[in-house]
Design a protein around this ligand. Structure first.
Ligand code: ADP
Length: 401
């Protein structure tokens, strides 16, 4: 279904938005309202005519919504003329409840509220955006697209932690996975680049941004992913540790003064490549390695080695791999990470073409050799387009096209 969708990604202190044509992916406006609830509020509104960047008091999410609509009124495009089909909202945690996107109503809102215990930092902030958008656009249907939904197809053996069954059930402890919109979008693109339908191919997607996750996609369906109950599990990230022995937490609790919140902050904000080297941004890390910084070199090796292990694990999980797709800020831009990660993986049928890997580009491209049994792709992700597409699909099913 075609039509413009207003995509909203509401966080606790920022609200990102984009008007996207669901069919073509063309964005007629993108923007960000930041520092909600604090001093120094700002709006950054981009259209084909240019970028409008200015300070603006943003006391709360209602004020952020007002700032967004004011930006459209003052700088265009005209929201009425865009003839919006719907509003599509990103929600981080859909639990075991939502295996796909849904039309918002009060019942859906209360289920998302109930799931806030699993994502205390994210779901309430996502809901704040939903509440103000419903008030601002009461005449438009609104749809929630969950980060977790794509992974609800994981088989029980992949999503189950080997914990006491009752405790796990009582507290809804299982693996959920995140970045679902990106993994769905990129795995579909990868199938297209293989000249096949998604149902015919197996793909490993490596979404490497500030947060990072790997996903094993069999026939268009997620069968495993590296993030778990929360986005902390799995790969080494900018500031998150990824996998570690859970006893590390117990050891810290017993042998230091650190409390639960301190350890939460340590693992989520002060670990990963930042914890190892003092640098969070992959560009800075690569520069430091080039300058001979040994901590930075260790951080890069740990980061890439973890990735290699997941590629091996997901090759075993899938049995046959047709392609590996790198995406997001690091995956799309860091030839160094791609090369180090795939080095000497000929045993798995993966042969990187060094020249293609080093060639800069902004579009989807193949970077493996002609002989490589497993194709390697760089595929720019587009989560907003995926949310717009999903939203339009739900609208078509609910109201007819
Ligand atoms: P987010 O998870 O915040 O959406 P992005 O997907 O935008 O993150 O990725 C951000 C990361 O991408 C940055 O932290 C940076 O490390 C990395 N990055 C961006 N450009 C480059 C580049 N040219 N080379 C290496 N890494 C890059």
């Amino acid at each position: 279904m075609s039509g413009n969708v207003l995509v909203i990604n509401s966080g606790s202190s920022s609200m990102k938005y984009q008007v996207v044509d669901a069919e073509s992916g063309t964005a007629s406006a993108t923007g960000l309202v930041e520092r909600i609830g604090g001093p120094g509020g700002r709006v950054r509104h981009s259209t084909i005519d240019g970028i409008h960047d200015y300070g603006c008091e943003v006391a709360d999410h209602a004020a952020a919504m007002q700032a967004m609509t004011d930006a459209f009124t003052e700088h265009g495009p005209d929201l009425v003329a865009l003839d919006l089909l719907a509003v599509g909202h990103r929600v981080v945690q859909g639990g075991a409840r939502f295996g796909r996107s849904v039309l918002i109503d009060d019942r859906v809102v209360s289920i998302i509220e109930d799931l806030a215990g699993l994502a205390p930092l994210h779901n309430p902030a996502n809901l704040a955006g939903i509440a103000v958008a419903r008030a601002q656009f009461p005449h438009l249907p609104q749809v929630v697209v969950f980060d977790t939904a794509f992974h609800l197809t994981m088989p029980e053996h992949a999503y189950t932690y080997a914990l006491d069954k009752q405790v796990a059930a009582e507290h809804r402890i299982r693996r959920y996975g995140f970045h679902g919109t990106s993994h769905a979008f990129v795995s579909r693109q990868a199938a297209a680049m293989l000249g096949a339908e998604p149902a015919q191919v197996n793909v490993i997607v490596l979404h490497l941004g500030n947060g990072a996750s790997a996903c094993a996609v069999r026939g268009g369906i997620s069968v495993d992913t590296s993030m778990g109950l929360t986005p902390l599990e799995g790969l080494v990230m900018g500031t998150r540790s990824g996998d570690l022995d859970p006893a590390v937490v117990l050891h810290l609790l017993r042998s230091t003064e650190l409390g639960v919140d301190d350890i939460d902050a340590l693992l989520n904000k002060r670990s990963g490549v930042f914890g190892l080297s003092g640098r969070q941004d992959m560009r800075d890390l690569e520069q430091a390695v080039a300058d001979g910084d040994t901590d930075a070199a260790t951080a890069l090796e740990v980061y890439c080695y973890r990735l290699r292990k997941y590629i091996g694990a997901y090759t075993a999980a899938l049995g046959r791999v047709d392609a590996i797709a790198f995406t997001a800020g690091v995956g799309e831009n860091s030839a160094v990470v791609r090369a180090l990660t795939l080095q000497d993986l000929g045993v798995l049928g993966i042969e990187l073409d060094p020249v293609a890997n080093e060639s800069p580009g902004k579009t989807a491209r193949e970077i493996s050799t002609a002989d490589s049994a497993v194709k390697v792709f760089v595929i720019p992700t587009n989560e907003e387009w995926e949310i717009a597409r999903e939203t339009a699909e739900v609208i078509a099913e609910s109201y007819g096209s």
